[in-house]
Design a protein around this ligand. Sequence first.
Ligand code: KG4
Ligand code: ZN
Length: 334
Amino acid sequence: MILGIETSCDETAAAVVDDDGNVRSSVVASQADLHARYGGVVPEVASRRHLELVTPVIREALAEADVTLDDVDRIAVTQGPGLIGALLVGLSAAKALAWSRGLPLIPVDHLQGHVAANFLAPEPLEPPFLCLVASGGHTLLAGVRDHAGHEVLGQTLDDAAGEAFDKVARLLGLGFPGGPALQKLAEQGDPEAFELPVAMARDPGLDFSFLKTALVYLCRDLGDDGVAERRADLAASFQAAAVGQLTAKLKRALKRGEWEAVALGGGVAANGPLREAVAALCEECGLRLKLVPLKLCTDNAAMIASAARYATPLPYPDYLSYDAFPSSRPPVPA
Ligand code: KG4
Ligand code: ZN
């Protein structure tokens, strides 16, 4: 039985996953309301809140799974990437728990966690597959050929997809997080009202760019009244350009490899038009589309425990010198 802990951004999460990949419990305490007044996640506020929540959330995950720490044989925790102060709260809690029980620890890469959400029961997705993770913190096109890792085929060169949705939503006077509100507003708009360039369309690579410059200039030209009048059209046009880019890159990646399935993850996977476009693409290519339940798409600890099932545990007490990493590669332990 694995206890997973995730605190990389603004969700304090703990979960219990058994050795067959069944989610026995998955508790997520979202801080979204706390950060809404600032229009985005404030790192210091997030760490302080994690500190308050991490112990009760772990307790709740154990209780919901109807197990005690005696039933847990390894502890998995997000090591990075993420907000460093936030990560350190989860990592310290995990180390302390593992140390006090003499248990092995498994540090997990957060993005591999998003990939591994697809390995959870029921109906786990077997590699090889292409996984598109689009959230507030990352946009990643991952080639998954085995359970233990993934190849980064493409990633964003600037904002993450969800971050871009949130920023455009803010420009249009919508609250935070803006993605769902923007999708709703876009339903009343014309996606072809404004021709926003699909960024990186001519770039032969698989990276993404969600630069919103064209939209910012458009809003400036329209003026406050013009923006207020055309909000729905602006939302629909931005959404179409963002979804267009995500699916165009996915299509390009599919053509370059032998893939049997596509998986979609991250908070932006909740976006209706994105789901529809990816489903249409999969149908066109004769591929299986795996959509994990939304609560496993957004940040959670079950996906971290899932990734840990395929990683080598660090025996007690080798992990005590492990540090969190905010971005890119994990540091080499001292
Ligand atoms: O994975 P997630 O819950 O959190 C992290 O990024 O850690 O993703 C949240 C992001 C936010 O940027 C939010 O605006 C976006 O996902 N999002 C959406 C939709 N629902 C959530 N973006 C577009 N359309 C949606 N329906
Ligand atoms: Zn995430």
